[in-house]
Design a protein around this ligand. Structure first.
Ligand SMILES: C[S@@+](CC[C@H](N)C(=O)[O-])C[C@H]1O[C@@H](n2cnc3c(N)ncnc32)[C@H](O)[C@@H]1O
Ligand code: SF4
Length: 434
């Protein structure tokens, strides 16, 4: 036995401790809140797995569209899945905070197909006050489509731009050129109140310091509400990965170059009207994207569609990746589930440290304390000190405030905190997967 451990003192003379409840009532607050019986709001994700082309960098579950029948059949299955889930669990009185229709390229849906999905959603969910995002690619929608989206409640359009350099777009096998981006943005500007986000990829094949800075400047000039910077990762299921295995002639910026790209992007952004909302999304007027806010904070997300990810209670789950299995499952009246992961309290803590503490611009320590009952500043003093002395975080104790270096290396910050947490709870048998 180590010196620190105290021996258990047997006290078997009395039977005073007789637990039938926890925690002891002396810790309970008098509160007559009626929230007790209001259902917790949920979020909804819907996946549309079709595109006009498969981009060389893309790792998402999507297929090159062969005919309109593909989409028509898929919409049919999707609507049946929504009804099927409703037959398992009643959601009609549960408010929906946010909806995200992602892909693929959901703007390939015809107005009739889109309206049909929303009608079925409305039948089984209370979406009356939901933030409603639709993902799109530049050049895949026209006025008629946007009218239909807005009429059906879409409040946020997220458009893939990736780069403002036509040669880089061509090398990535994108169908659009810069001019189409400007046309699409012009179209969206006509709708007051419609929030517009554009996605940019850093470290794409062919990118240079000049081309990336040009992209960042053009993104800022486009005056959209939000700009999201994804870091290009060569996943094994991408064409670029396959090309690199075959030693094809592709020139990826090095890891150091990608860091330099983002360093100057931060400089440019910080002298603009945009401010950091997450470590890779910059917004105007402190705009916050509800879907990300809620799902990162662990709120429930019911998902529909092939390969869609969701979370209900402490179970994260994913639907099958296979379109044929997906359809067959729905026809048989069974949920198209593929895999699940039951999150322990430790997993929830790890998730909060990685996604919220290390990534959100403002995540007050008090929120963490209320959720998990302990203060990570006090729990991990060595790690906090390390992050501060190495210039990743600023001084302060009410939340983790990131320096520019911290913004660039947010995942590293998360890892330092999680490793510290893991060491502190002191047992490798509690495997934490991250
Ligand atoms: C699922 S796509 C949907 C957007 C739309 N289909 C488009 O491409 O214009 C969402 C975003 O994921 C990002 N993305 C795709 N492949 C990626 C990769 N290998 N690494 C990091 N981000 C990636 C892209 O920036 C893309 O805009
Ligand atoms: S990036 Fe968008 S358009 Fe390109 S393949 Fe992926 S989902 Fe489709």
């Amino acid at each position: 036995m180590s010196k620190k451990e105290t021996a258990i003192q047997p006290n078997i003379e009395t039977r005073e401790e007789f637990y039938t409840n926890y925690p002891s009532f002396k810790y309970w607050n008098v509160n007559k809140s009626s929230d007790l019986f209001s259902p917790e709001p949920i979020n909804i994700y819907i996946h549309i797995p079709f595109c006009v082309q498969i981009c060389n960098f893309c790792y998402y579950k999507t297929e090159k569209i062969k005919s309109q029948y593909d989409i028509e059949n898929y919409v049919e299955s999707l609507c049946k899945e929504i009804a099927l889930v409703a037959s398992k669990r009643e959601y009609s009185k549960t408010p929906v905070d946010s909806i995200y229709i992602g892909g693929g390229t959901p703007t390939l849906l015809k107005p009739k197909q889109f309206t049909r999905i929303v009608d079925v959603l409305k039948k089984y969910h209370d979406i009356s006050s939901a933030e409603f995002t639709l993902e799109s690619a530049a050049g895949t929608f026209n006025k008629e489509k946007v009218e239909c989206y807005v009429k059906n409640g879409v409040t946020r359009m997220s458009m893939g731009v990736q780069s403002f350099d036509d040669e880089i777009l061509r090398m990535s096998n994108r169908k659009h050129v810069q001019k189409l981006v400007f046309n699409s943005l012009e179209l969206l500007r006509g709708y007051e109140g419609l929030v517009v986000n554009i996605d940019i990829l850093s470290g794409l094949v062919g990118d240079t310091h000049e081309s990336f800075s040009h992209t960042v400047r053009e993104a800022i000039n486009s005056n959209v509400d939000a700009i999201t910077f994804y870091k290009f990762k060569t996943y094994a299921n991408t064409a670029f990965y396959q090309k690199s295995l075959r030693n094809d002639d592709i020139e990826l910026p090095s890891a150091e170059q990608e860091i330099e790209f983002m360093e100057s992007a931060l400089d440019i952004l910080q002298s603009s009207d945009y401010s950091m909302w997450t470590t890779f999304a910059f917004t105007k007027n402190n705009y916050k994207h509800t879907y990300i806010e809620k799902t990162w904070r662990g709120k429930d997300c019911v998902s529909y569609g092939v390969s869609a990810f969701g979370k209900i209670g402490n179970v994260s789950y994913q639907n099958t990746n296979n379109l044929l299995h997906y359809k067959a499952s729905i026809e048989e009246g069974t949920l198209p589930l593929y895999r699940q992961y039951k999150l322990s309290l430790k997993d929830e803590i790890v998730k909060e440290l990685l996604l919220c503490v290390a990534r959100l611009n403002s995540y007050k320590k008090a929120e963490f304390v209320e959720k998990f009952g302990f203060d990570y500043f006090e729990f991990l003093p060595k790690e906090i000190d390390f992050l501060y002395t190495n210039g990743f975080i600023k001084e302060g104790t009410d939340e983790l405030r990131l320096t520019n270096k911290g913004i660039l290396f947010a995942d590293y910050i998360g890892k330092v905190l999680v490793d510290g947490f893991k060491a502190k709870i002191g047992d490798d048998q509690y495997q934490l997967i991250y």
